[in-house]
Write a protein that binds this ligand. Structure first.
Ligand SMILES: Nc1ncnc2c1ncn2[C@@H]1O[C@H](COP(=O)(O)OP(=O)(O)OP(=O)(O)O)[C@@H](O)[C@H]1O
Length: 246
C-alpha cells in the first residue's frame, strides 16, 4: 500500500516541558486514520508540524514522499487542511466565501463549487450569510473549502469539536462519503473516542506526547477488546507500567 503520510521520530518540547516525543505514524492510501488522544496529548502539535505550520526539533514528516520542511510545495500539493475552527468571512454568504477561496485555484472547473456545496449539504444555505450559520454549518463550509481543489489527503483537526449530536453525525457522514466518492484519504484528530470508533479504519493513540498504539482498528480490537475505550484504558495502564507497544 502507498504510504501517504510518514512521520518519523517527531519531537518538539515547549518551555513548559510539554510537547511531543519521538512520534512516528503512517497513513496509507484509502485510510480514514483516527488520531486519538485526550486534551493536551499533542495532536495539534503533530498536525501543525506535518502541515508546515510549526517546526519540529527532531524527526521528519513526509507527505506523498516529500519532506514537509524542505519540499513544502510538493508535499502539500494534494493536501487539504482544516486545523482548528474553520475561518470564514461572516458578512458574506457561504458561496461567496467559496468563490474567494476558489481564486487560489485558477484551473478549477466551474461546476466544482456546486459539487462541493452538494457534498457537504450546504447547497440550500449557500446564499445565506455565514453569520447565520450554526457551528456545524461553518465546519462543513470549512470542509467544502478544503476539498475545492480535489485533494487526495484531507487533514482535519477535531472536526466535530463543540458540535451537537446532529452536527457530529453530519460531519461523520460527509467524511465517509468523501472517502468513498472522492477517494480521499483522511487523517482526523479527535478526543472523542466513540467518533473515532464509528468512522476510522486505522487508529493511532497519542498519550502524554507519545504515540502508544497504532494499527487497523479491527486488528487492534481483534476479539481482545469490545471497544476502543477498553483498548485505550489498557494501553495507558501498560504505558504507566512502562511497557511499550509501538
Ligand atoms: N505554543 C505552545 N507553548 C507552550 N506549550 C504548548 C504550546 N502548544 C502546545 N503546548 C502544550 O503541548 C501539549 C500538547 O498540546 P496540543 O495542542 O498539541 O494537544 P492536543 O492533543 O491537540 O490537545 P487539545 O485536544 O486540547 O487541542 C499541551 O500540554 C499544550 O499545553
Amino acid at each position: 500500500m502507498e504510504k501517504i503520510v510518514e512521520i518519523d521520530g517527531l519531537t518538539k518540547v515547549f518551555r513548559n516541558k510539554r510537547g511531543i516525543h519521538n512520534v512516528s505514524m503512517t497513513v496509507e492510501r484509502g485510510d480514514v486514520y483516527g488520531f486519538f488522544g485526550p486534551n493536551g496529548a499533542g495532536k495539534t502539535t503533530v498536525m501543525k508540524i506535518m502541515t508546515g505550520l510549526s517546526r519540529a526539533e527532531k524527526g521528519k514528516a513526509k507527505l506523498f514522499g516529500f519532506d514537509v520542511s524542505t519540499q513544502y510545495e510538493q508535499a502539500m500539493a494534494k493536501v487539504g487542511v482544516l486545523i482548528e475552527t474553520a475561518e470564514a468571512y461572516t458578512y458574506m454568504s457561504g458561496r461567496k466565501n467559496l468563490e474567494l477561496a476558489a481564486r487560489f485555484y485558477p484551473d478549477l472547473e466551474k461546476q466544482r463549487l456546486d459539487e462541493v456545496l452538494e457534498l457537504v449539504g450546504l447547497e440550500k444555505y449557500q446564499h445565506e450569510k455565514v453569520s447565520q450559520y450554526s457551528l456545524g454549518m461553518k465546519q462543513r463550509l470549512g470542509i467544502a473549502s478544503a476539498i475545492l481543489s480535489k485533494p487526495e489527503l484531507l487533514i482535519l483537526d477535531e472536526p466535530t469539536n463543540g458540535l451537537d449530536i446532529e452536527g457530529m453525525v453530519q460531519i461523520r457522514e460527509i467524511i465517509l462519503r468523501l472517502a468513498k466518492e472522492e477517494r480521499i484519504t483522511f487523517l482526523i484528530s479527535s478526543h472523542l473516542i466513540h467518533e473515532m470508533e464509528l468512522m476510522c479504519s486505522r487508529i493511532g493513540i497519542i498519550y502524554d506526547g507519545k504515540l502508544i498504539c497504532e494499527g487497523l482498528q479491527n486488528e487492534l480490537l481483534a476479539g481482545r477488546f469490545d471497544s476502543l475505550e477498553e483498548l485505550f484504558l489498557y494501553e495507558i495502564s501498560e504505558e504507566r507500567r512502562g511497557v511499550a507497544h509501538v
